[in-house]
Write a protein that binds this ligand. Structure first.
Ligand code: GZL
Length: 335
């Protein structure tokens, strides 16, 4: 009998140890925290496939770390005033940390001063803000948008002659530009980076530039206007994101031109839709801008709550995907 009880208690101990191991594996938290961390996150909206993937990454990570986080998520429908309202609400609720993706660069000083006064640290996710007082935010994680603009222009000047329609000349390459959301960091920086490279190639000219607000509908509408004004004079479309470029592709086809052949298209994000368009030969190159920021953001928040120092800038590593690799790469894409 004694032997049996000994074996039974051994089995119970082993089972408890296994269940603790499984729980900790599921927890995915970096540390054991005294209490759950309450994070308020203000998301811009759902304007593009990139944004949807970004939201999925954040919510999936919050779920993985539900043992140590409670996420309060707010969608601003692309309005700054809604983001400011959400941040004020997070402050009133006394959250432990605020994170947000600022829809535009300016106009954040007052509300971030209120967060600072309340002693709540702020994490910038995806996009930066333009404030005098740099102590208003602890870290900015996201892509280097100026570099994405440079990479778009570098791919174009290095490959245009190879991919252009045979009768098109190299003497003057006319580009139309679909700019992102007016005043946003990605739009400002991609605009700058593209021109920084192009200034050394005077035959590449920007014929027209207009905001398409990072949306497919915006891209289609603006491209229809460009085609009406310039028609076959247009040689290239530079889209600040894939969604606006995909909208432009629709307009180009409806106007009777072949996207990817009559008009060369380069855009930014590297979302699934861009790879599918490249496989169909309708888009020529996409420059990666990863939305999968959830893990980094929650790591930073955990480190913060542990009193650890975190880098002021966390840059996401990204690539460039031309049409010729699309078929092979598409199955590996996570967004
Ligand atoms: C970039 C992100 C931009 C994407 C767009 O980090 O802020 O916003 O490029 C999205 O697709 O709408």
């Amino acid at each position: 009998m004694k032997q049996f009880l000994k074996i039974l208690s051994l089995v119970v101990v082993v089972m408890m140890a296994c269940s603790l191991l499984i729980q900790s594996a599921e927890a995915q938290c970096k540390y054991q925290h005294e209490k759950k961390i309450i994070m308020g996150f203000s998301q811009i909206g759902a304007e593009s496939a990139w944004r949807a993937a970004n939201t999925d990454s954040i919510k999936a990570e919050a779920e993985k770390r539900k043992d140590c986080f409670e996420l309060k998520f707010s969608d601003a429908q692309q309005k700054q005033e809604n983001q400011i309202k959400a941040i004020r609400s997070f402050i009133a609720q006394g959250v432990d940390v605020i994170a947000f993706s600022p829809v535009v660069e300016s106009g954040w000083e007052p509300v971030l001063q209120e967060a600072k006064k309340a002693g709540i640290p702020v994490i910038l996710s995806d996009r930066a803000v333009d404030v005098q007082d740099e102590s208003l935010w602890v870290t900015f994680m996201g892509s280097d948008f100026v570099e994405e603009g440079r990479r778009s222009a570098k791919w174009l000047v290095e490959n245009y002659e190879k991919v252009k329609r045979e009768d098109k000349s190299m003497d003057e390459v006319n580009i139309v530009e679909l700019v992102g959301t007016v005043g946003s960091a990605p739009a400002n920086d991609r605009y700058e980076g593209f021109r920084e490279v192009l200034k050394d190639y005077p035959n590449f000219k920007i014929l027209a530039t207009q905001s398409a607000d990072f949306t497919r509908a915006g891209g289609k509408q603006v491209m229809e206007a460009f085609l009406k004004a310039h028609g076959d004079k247009i040689d290239v479309v530079y889209g600040h994101n894939d969604d606006s470029a995909l909208g432009a592709i629709q307009a180009i086809e409806e106007a009777g031109f072949k996207p990817g052949k009559d008009i060369i298209i380069v855009s930014i994000d590297a979302v699934r839709g861009a790879f599918e368009a490249m496989v169909e030969g309708k888009l020529n190159c996409t420059v990666e801008c990863s939305p999968l920021l959830g893990p980094q953001m929650f790591d930073a928040a955990e480190d913060l709550m542990q009193g650890k120092k975190i880098p002021r800038r966390i840059v996401t590593q990204e690539g460039v995907f031309p049409m010729e690799v699309a078929e092979e790469v598409l199955p590996t894409r996570k967004y």
